[in-house]
Design a protein around this ligand. Structure first.
Ligand SMILES: NC(=O)c1ccc[n+]([C@@H]2O[C@H](COP(=O)([O-])OP(=O)(O)OC[C@H]3O[C@@H](n4cnc5c(N)ncnc54)[C@H](OP(=O)(O)O)[C@@H]3O)[C@@H](O)[C@H]2O)c1
Length: 329
């Protein structure tokens, strides 16, 4: 019998994520049983539990899109992977459990250079940051790039990666950053933009940029910040919209009001489910390297045992958090 979390109805994560015990049957053909070692709580988990993707989420489900574990048993026909190997079982949820049964083809070995906490945060945000920059933004020296939610885990990665490529980065945060965050945002001009209405944010950002538009912007907030970034773009600029931290969408008429900018929506899930395995493996190899050297590392605030899942979920939704909340199954 193992411990797992289950969601039977959508709602407030701390209320609806239930801890249950269950038998884990031996893995079927092509599958493996993974003994989970650490798992991350990410905004996409919380959105899914709240029902944001209800049309493609069948109840009940095991939550947790990101975590690292050790291969414990192989189903019939599985080759190329051995018991005892540490892997990221991606492509499906179920990481907030002591044991996850996964398709062997979706298990990617993790290098020894990463400890369990680094490995448990080496997929969702690092891969998204790498892919958005590589496939869409293509930062180059002197390019002007705006990044909102710069205090988030992925915001920090984007700032560091874009700055390392020589871009001039404007990092937007919703409240004054502490010294830890400022130290983490090298070479970036930090703009504090309170969550006011779109027009206020637009003017404040334009003033902060002191003339000259952005060449590209990465928006994880939507609402006022996303709109302000869109309006701060120079003609021909690119807005990559990849998150909705404010809970408010971009204005539906944004493209009509700024017909001269390009708007791209990025979803890691859509990317990995369409990409060949070799492409994912090579992007993950880059992610592992950048996590190990710190560029795509996530600060960790606290690790909770799985038995304290409700406390962990409440902590994950607390404003002003300075790192990821992990679960140790
Ligand atoms: N599309 C994709 O495929 C994809 C992939 C990865 C991540 N994402 C998105 O990227 C975003 C960040 O993810 P993460 O894992 O890096 O988050 P995180 O670090 O776990 O937490 C988000 C942080 O953003 C800040 N924040 C929250 N609400 C905000 C708001 N309304 N305006 C500005 N900042 C706000 C908070 O810091 P403060 O309290 O200090 O402000 C919070 O600590 C999420 O929206 C996530 O869904 C999307």
């Amino acid at each position: 019998m193992t411990l797992t979390t289950l969601v039977h109805r959508f709602g407030d994560p701390a209320d609806v994520v239930r801890l249950e015990t269950g038998a884990d049957p031996p893995p079927g053909p092509g599958a493996v049983r993974v003994r989970m070692r650490a798992a991350a709580i990410n905004p996409s988990d919380l959105l899914t539990i709240r029902g944001a993707y209800a049309s493609r989420t069948a109840l009940p489900f095991r939550p947790g899109f990101e975590g690292v574990g050790t291969i414990e048993a192989l189903g019939p026909g599985v080759t190329g992977i051995v018991p005892g190997q540490r892997v990221l079982p991606i492509g499906t949820a179920g990481a907030w459990s002591q044991v996850k049964t996964a398709d062997a083809a979706w298990c990617f070995p993790v290098p020894d250079t990463l400890d369990d906490h680094a490995a448990a945060t080496s997929y969702v945000n690092p891969l998204t940051a790498i892919l958005m920059l590589r496939e869409h933004v293509r930062p180059r020296p002197g390019m002007r790039i705006g990044i909102d939610a710069a205090g988030s885990a992925i915001g920090g990665m984007l700032v560091r990666l874009a700055a390392a490529a020589g871009a001039r980065v404007t990092a937007i945060v919703r409240h004054a950053p502490g010294p830890a965050l400022l130290g983490d945002l090298p070479a970036a001009e930090v703009v504090v933009l309170p969550e006011s209405d779109a027009d206020d944010a637009h003017c404040a950002l334009r003033d902060a940029l002191a003339g000259g538009g952005l060449d590209a912007a990465l928006d994880a907030v939507g609402g006022a910040h996303g709109t302000a970034l869109a309006h701060a773009l120079a003609p021909g600029g690119l807005l990559v919209h990849y998150g909705l931290l404010s809970g408010r969408p971009l204005p539906p008429d944004l493209q009509r009001r700024r017909p001269d900018i390009r708007l791209v929506l990025f979803h890691l899930r859509a990317y990995v489910h369409a990409a060949p395995r070799a492409t994912i493996a090579s992007a993950l190899a880059e992610a592992f390297r950048l996590v190990a050297d710190g560029t795509a590392a996530s600060p960790i605030e606290t690790v909770y045992p799985l038995t304290q899942i409700a406390d962990a979920l409440r902590h994950a939704e607390r404003p002003g958090r300075r790192g990821k909340i992990l679960l140790a199954p």
